[in-house]
Design a protein around this ligand. Structure first.
Ligand SMILES: Nc1nc2c(ncn2[C@@H]2O[C@H](COP(=O)(O)OP(=O)(O)OP(=O)(O)O)[C@@H](O)[C@H]2O)c(=O)[nH]1
Length: 299
């Protein structure tokens, strides 16, 4: 690590409407998968830190849950509070706007909240790979003209093609202020090992299930340990996870016909954990019903 006196550091909140592309952006900025991604809203439930160190600089990106305008249950309430809290803690904010949903009410709400905090605010217009005709971007930026004098700038990007990412990285690095690093140089996220494992399985469930059900379930890593295989002498990771749903019908959907869906989810999760930890993985998934898990967890 460099000498603390030359270090610069910053907590950068990534906020935006649900499904706007916040987690995808963080993964690209961190150059590591720290946050799970899916095409369903409310994939991110808690603040996830993605930490990047470069020369004297440490950027700590906070992935936040999509801004819920009218919370319908304690989980959505918790998600809304988490997004607001992250904005309070941060010293830089990035408001992520999906170009195809540029006028989502959350965008202006978050821009106002960030500007009120008097922290540098960047507007990221993401998913520009979806637009062949880039001249459409100008009228979009124009429609946010009233914020122009209060924001650092508008940054059109794509987390898929990486277009515009370098410009965004440079702008963010220039905003980091002198201060000792908050995390060790080799740390990529604050999530614990077992929460990271649960998130991988939750992502595969989000991919595999239809709109509403993924949101109504939870994954908990109940037990895990490393073991050395006596025959191969290689280390293995053994994991037991519990998937909680609210109703019998949801359990049936998670299991799928003759258990096909849960086996597929298990296979995808196992493959990702194996490639992350470069070892054999044994993953056991169990589904239980608890009609009040959301109230118990978040109420
Ligand atoms: N075409 C395109 N799709 C993107 C881009 N960034 C994200 N997506 C897609 O948009 C969807 C949502 O992405 P996420 O990164 O999970 O969005 P999020 O804002 O973190 O979502 P929540 O946590 O649910 O609020 C996924 O299907 C992504 O693959 C992009 O730059 N281009």
């Amino acid at each position: 690590m460099n000498h603390p006196s030359s270090q610069r550091c910053g907590l950068i909140a990534i906020v935006g409407a649900p499904n706007s592309g916040k987690s995808s952006l963080i993964n690209v900025l961190v150059k590591n998968k720290v946050a799970i991604v899916s095409d369903k809203p409310h994939t991110t439930r808690q603040a996830v830190y993605g930490i990047v160190c470069h020369e004297d600089l440490q950027s700590i990106f906070i992935d936040t849950p999509g801004m819920v305008l009218s919370p319908q249950d304690p989980l959505q309430n918790y998600m809304r509070k988490t997004a607001r809290q992250s904005l309070k803690e941060a010293n830089i904010s990035v408001v992520v706007i999906d170009v195809d949903r540029a006028h989502h009410k959350a965008n202006r709400l978050l821009l106002n909240a960030s500007i009120q905090r008097e922290i540098p605010t960047l507007v990221v217009l993401t998913k520009i790979d979806n637009w062949k005709d880039k001249s459409r971007l100008l009228p979009l930026i124009e429609s946010y003209r009233d914020f122009e004098s209060n924001v650092v700038g508008f940054f059109p990007v794509s987390s898929h093609t990486l277009q515009g990412i370098e410009e965004l990285e440079l702008a963010l690095q220039n905003l980091l202020t002198p201060g000792a690093w908050m995390f060790p140089a080799d740390m990529k996220t604050q999530l614990s090992f077992e929460v990271g494992l649960s998130e991988i399985t939750r992502e595969k469930l989000f991919w595999s299930l239809h709109q509403e059900i993924p949101y109504r379930l939870n994954v908990l890593t109940e037990k895990w340990y490393w073991r050395k295989n006596k025959r191969t002498k290689q280390k293995e990771l053994w994991i037991w996870q519990n998937i909680t749903v609210e109703k019998e019908g949801q359990k049936k959907l998670v299991l799928g016909q003759e258990g096909r869906r849960i086996r597929h989810v298990g296979l995808l999760a196992r493959q990702e954990i194996q490639s992350q930890h470069r070892c054999d993985v044994h993953l056991f998934l169990h589904v239980t019903i608890n009609p009040t898990w959301i109230e118990r967890h978040y109420g």
